[in-house]
Ligand binder design. Structure first.
Ligand SMILES: [Mn+2]
Length: 284
């Protein structure tokens, strides 16, 4: 595949968190050279307004709308030029713009510790990175997207690697919200040989697919440099076993990588590992 790397350094807290510096850190770790990728530059759109909009419940919603539009336009340009976009976040708030740039009718492979299915009312933070999957399936706050209706059919969404909360624990948390048509394979179903089996199963078919990798799908023991670490995640071997068949499926049209917090990686060792694994998975 002919990868083109596009930086989308959005941090949906609007407070300048280290996700903004992730693309620069991954570039410093030699990602483009290792991939033999073209350089698509950066989207000129950040969220620098930390105020939670009272109407939508979303932090910096005007900035988010502008960023969404800008990312979508660049992703469409890259696809039209025959490139495979590799979009570097930033946090998961880049997902709505990324998917808005795709032609309709794709599958979404969504790797994340969290479901990202809050809306402006239920999100404890107001960060759009809590709401990206609900926004793209038309369950989120209105007015973020330029289009009406879902960007992806919930039945074409595969959430992989999340850590469900046990409803029997009785910790007072609301039951998890998610569209019932969304397919869920929690992290416990992706360990050891199960990871490759799930990957091979998903890889069958011919529908174009987008791969979204929130790096907090990994266990905090192997990748602590994220803002919302969640125990019980995948190790690097599980991740590569799962993603390898997806990349080789011939169905992939592009990929987004989010939630690496470069401020938590002072010596660059985690950026190095991420770049190495991506190169191993994606380079021809
Ligand atoms: Mn996420």
């Amino acid at each position: 595949m002919r990868w083109s790397v596009l930086d989308a350094p959005l941090d949906s807290s609007g407070r300048g968190r280290g996700e903004r510096r992730a693309p620069a850190a991954l570039r410093s770790a030699g990602l483009l050279g290792r991939l033999g990728a073209a350089d698509a530059g950066a989207v000129d759109a950040g969220i620098t307004d930390p105020v939670r909009d009272p109407e939508t419940g979303v932090i910096g919603v005007e900035h988010l709308r502008r960023a969404t539009r800008a990312i979508a336009a660049r992703v469409t340009e890259l696809l039209d030029a025959g490139h495979s976009p590799l979009v570097l976040g930033g946090d998961c708030a880049i997902l709505p713009g990324t998917l808005q740039g795709l032609p309709a009718g794709f599958d979404l492979w969504f790797l994340d510790a969290h479901l990202d299915f809050e809306d402006g009312r239920t999100s404890p933070t107001g960060e759009a990175a809590d709401m990206d999957l609900s926004i793209v399936t038309d369950h989120g706050p209105a007015g973020v997207l330029d289009r009406e209706g879902p960007l992806v059919d919930p039945d074409q969404v595969h959430v992989l690697g999340h850590r469900p909360r046990d409803p029997d624990i009785g910790d007072g948390l609301e039951a998890v919200r998610v569209d019932p048509a969304v397919h869920l394979v929690p992290a416990d179903g992706l360990r050891g040989p199960d990871a490759a089996a799930v990957g091979r199963d998903l890889a069958t078919g011919t529908t174009p697919a987008w791969l979204h990798l929130d790096l907090d799908v990994l266990d905090p023991v192997v990748l602590p440099a994220v803002s919302y670490p969640e125990p019980g995640g995948l190790d690097w071997a599980d991740l590569t076993a799962l993603v390898g068949p997806l990349v080789r499926s011939g169905r992939l049209i592009g990929m987004s990588v989010t939630d690496f917090n470069a401020d938590e990686d002072p010596d660059g060792r985690h950026a190095e590992r991420i770049a190495a694994v991506l190169a191993d998975l994606l380079a021809d």
